[in-house]
Design a protein around this ligand. Structure first.
Ligand SMILES: [Zn+2]
Length: 303
């Protein structure tokens, strides 16, 4: 098989071309998407493709049609989906064709309240997203972060403030809703978040307007700019918190950090790791220093 970078993803040429998370259509290729984050949907938004069944259901709620399948044959290659642990519905793509190749897509190793950590499969070649896979990223455990989030909520609600947790409609919003549900709370959310929450049995309330009493909301990050306006309109002080691997205040990440990445690679135990996405070059270098055979993805990489 020959590998190429393609948008936020990878193209595999195995006689027939398979594009995973590509940004653009490739003529004659089969297009596959690993999960419903917007920056992975470029190619499938322009002409459809395939995903696992859960992601297809989520995308349908967002007006994007892909075919949900458990697996498929593309020429000589058998394609299977494994859980990626990144967000609801997310998958890794396993290609079986003499040599077994696993493309992680965005992945997370740790379990969270709604998603199990990534499945491990022993393969020959691991093609791995490296968004946070360099040694300066070490995230606290979910346990610690959930405890921190709980005290943030308690502190502000007890003082009569409304709390906005920022999260995209698909992904972080489900984890945050699931976490609030474990505390017996139902957040106010936008209809697009509710549509996805409902698929996974998560409990929320659709916010048709802002409340004049302290409440908990999960809203997309664009609402950051209007928190002061909401406080002004309701007379209730609003505080916000962005739960993201990029926010050191609450690095609730949907990706593996460096230390989890190393453990994951050890478990998969591949002959070769091909890194792609953010930090791909640096990550390959650090993985080599750990004793793994690793190269960054480049055009025409033969595996
Ligand atoms: Zn993602």
């Amino acid at each position: 098989m020959i590998l190429y970078p393609s948008g936020n993803g990878v193209m595999v040429d195995a006689g027939r071309k398979i594009v995973v998370d590509g940004a653009r259509r490739v003529k004659g290729a089969i297009h596959v998407v690993t999960h419903a984050h917007w920056d992975h949907l470029g190619a499938v938004r322009r002409g459809g493709g395939f995903s696992n069944i859960e992601t297809a259901e989520i995308l349908r709620k967002r007006g994007i049609e892909v075919e949900g399948v458990e697996g498929m044959e593309v020429g000589e290659v058998e394609v299977r989906f494994l859980n990626a642990g990144h967000i609801v519905g997310s998958s890794q793509v396993l290609l079986l064709n003499g040599k077994d190749v696993l493309i992680t897509g965005d992945f997370k190793v740790e379990d969270d309240v709604v998603v199990r950590g990534a499945d491990v499969e022993n393969v020959d070649v691991l093609v791995m997203d490296t968004t946070f896979s360099v040694p300066y990223f070490r995230f606290p455990s979910r346990r610690t972060l959930y405890r921190q989030l709980k005290s943030f909520l308690r502190e502000h609600l007890s003082q009569g403030r409304s709390v906005v947790l920022f999260g995209y409609a698909v992904g972080k919003a489900q984890e945050l809703t699931g976490f609030l549900n474990t505390l017996g709370m139902k957040p106010y959310v936008l209809p697009e978040t509710h549509a996805v929450n409902a698929l996974f049995g998560l409990e929320d309330r659709v916010a048709h307007s802002v409340r004049n009493e302290p409440a908990v909301y999960i809203l997309p990050p664009r609402f950051k700019k209007v928190l002061d306006a909401l406080s002004f309109q309701t007379g209730v002080p609003f505080v916000g918190l962005f739960a993201s691997g990029w926010n050191p205040e609450l690095p609730l990440s949907s990706h593996a950090d460096w230390y989890q990445t190393v453990k994951y690679v050890e478990s998969v135990s591949p002959e070769l790791v091909v890194t792609y996405g953010q930090h791909a070059e640096a990550s390959a270098k650090f993985l080599k220093a750990e004793g793994f055979d690793a190269v960054p993805l480049r055009n025409g990489l033969f595996v």
